[in-house]
Design a protein around this ligand. Structure first.
Ligand code: ATP
Ligand code: MG
Length: 238
């Protein structure tokens, strides 16, 4: 019997997600009944104007921000119905997140910042630092391992944040504007690395971006407007 073609497995299945911020007149609906799916083996892009809810959506599907309605199902498990420590485990073990504003720890060195996920996963210190330096090399910052992140440029801090997100090889990578501070060549080489060395059949990458250079690498592109998903198009899949 011929084998049936199977779709890659669903990583994230967000169903009818709602999120409100503020009170009274300031109350805004940041996410309005948003449903989206991301599959393993796929690089999915989310684009849309400022304030349309992109960061909010990433936070909800990563276990960072609890939605007011709807479900986020990860590998068949309803994430927000789990106890808080299971959600924290999910963030630590499954998710690599690059924040729009980097969130590096100023009192740690660059290498220590990258090593954090490994330390939290109880890997021995020396081993974690060696691995962190390896990833700093990959993002072109091997010579910056010992200095404080405040002494780095915005683009360099962004690359440290990317190294930290991938160092523990999580299977779901969530990047919020990962190339916003990078020049053309650096941005392209980082995304090229992420697409060709980090993405695999068992990993899924979701990227929010305004950067049209990344569009060529995407498998699918979702468009957000006013807290709603407005359409899906195919990316270049390069
Ligand atoms: N912590 C918060 N408190 C109050 N309102 C918030 C909060 N976070 C987001 N919002 C509001 O929710 C809406 C969506 O914000 P969000 O940060 O998700 O947009 P975005 O698409 O990521 O924008 P940008 O491209 O500028 O990063 C905006 O109206 C914003 O003001
Ligand atoms: Mg944002």
């Amino acid at each position: 019997m011929p084998k049936l073609a199977t779709l890659p497995k669903l990583a994230i299945d967000a169903r009818g997600v709602d999120k409100w911020f503020g009170e009274g007149e300031a109350r805004t609906r940041a996410l309005a009944n948003v449903s989206m799916q991301a599959r393993y083996g796929e690089m999915l892009l989310i684009v849309g104007p400022s304030g349309s809810g992109k960061t909010t959506l990433l936070s909800v599907i990563s276990g960072i921000l609890r939605p007011d309605g709807g479900d986020v199902v990860v590998d068949g498990v309803d994430l927000w119905k789990q106890p808080n420590d299971a959600i924290a485990d999910f963030r630590l073990n499954r998710i690599g997140f690059v924040f729009q504003d980097y969130h590096l720890f100023p009192r740690l060195t660059t290498a220590e910042n990258v090593a954090i996920p490994l330390i939290l996963k109880r890997r021995p210190w020396d081993e974690a630092m060696t691995e962190a330096r390896k990833y700093l090399d990959i993002v072109g910052l091997g010579n910056r391992a010992g200095i404080a992140p405040v002494k780095l440029s915005g683009g360099e801090q962004q690359r440290v944040a990317i190294a930290r997100a991938v160092v523990s090889q999580p299977d779901i990578l969530i990047f919020d504007e990962p190339t916003a501070s990078l020049d053309g060549d650096t941005g392209r080489s980082i995304i090229d690395f992420v697409k060709h060395q980090v993405l695999s059949d068992t990993r899924c990458i979701v990227i929010v971006t305004h950067d049209s250079r990344i569009f060529d690498y995407a498998d699918r592109i979702l468009r957000m407007e006013d807290g709603q998903l407005k359409g899906i198009e195919m990316g270049g899949g390069e």
